[in-house]
Design a protein around this ligand. Sequence first.
Ligand code: 9Z3
Length: 325
Amino acid sequence: MDSTNETLTLQKKLDAEIDSFFDSAPPLKDSANVWKRLTEFVLLNSSPPGEDRGRRIVCVTSGGTTVPLEQRCVRYIDNFSSGHRGAASTDCFVKAGYAVIFLYRSGTCQPYCSSLPDDALLECFEISNESKIQVSQPYSEAVKRAISDHQAAVAGGLLLKLPFTTIFEYLQLLKMISQSLKDLGPYAVFYLAAAVSDFYVPWNSMAVHKIQSASGPLDLQLNQVPKMLYVLRTEWAPLAFCISFKLETDSKILLEKADMALKKYKMHAVVANELLTRKEEVTVVMTDEKITVHRDKHQPGADVETPLIELLIDRHSAYILHQEF
Ligand code: 9Z3
């Protein structure tokens, strides 16, 4: 078989796997309402009549996907991610003038909350002598800033938040988002920071009820999740600027794996990070350059997302120019 035929055969196999994934997935709850919110958000950020261009829109994915083991799910396999990267990156994109579709795992970190403690409700508030709820003094500035920045982003139509839990919900929502952004061409960005399961149990071969331990050891057969990054890049959003992430625990293979992902999935950039140092530094791997960005250790509260998003926005601007001329 020559290489063109081989590519076609692989493409057909991938298409069949993807069809089977979506056909067997449980239908997305409330999908008509999600589609309505998405199209309204995109319209709001599109160019008003007479003006040249609307806002750039970025889909930021954040948090890990679950793989249910039972349809009435008691147990599931999870992917590690606190959602900090996605939430902090959302703050930076909005600050830079992008509208953000924040596709996040329920219960993970939220935009504008990075300077608040984990149990913000209990830590940041107290009951006054007059039995009123008030913000405790040490958190007053941080809470005020978080609420006002969040309100400004939502009221200004710059932030749309869509939650997911399972791999089925995540991929159905990602596909829907890419469809809603198709008219934006190179003005759309995908920033895929979510930690996505590589394996799953197809819905139609999944136990309906809680798996019983009395039946002895559990034998699990997991299917491979089809490589949606490739389809997103080549079919769902062929003109969008696509950034994926590569997470490894072994620094020796990290850059090589990121390079492979860049080529295999035709990404515009792959952000390589190591589990233990992911909050200190990341390396952005692109076709002709690799750039490492660091958190500024001398600046209290500084994060690695600020220089990372600055660099990516610069490369996105260059990409738009290149597409237009
Ligand atoms: C990442 O690598 C993210 O940077 C982290 C962020 C999940 C490490 P936190 O949410 O951590 O701030 O706690 N995301 C992508 C991980 C992933 O699943 N990548 C796949 C891979 O490495 C490709 S899609 O194969």
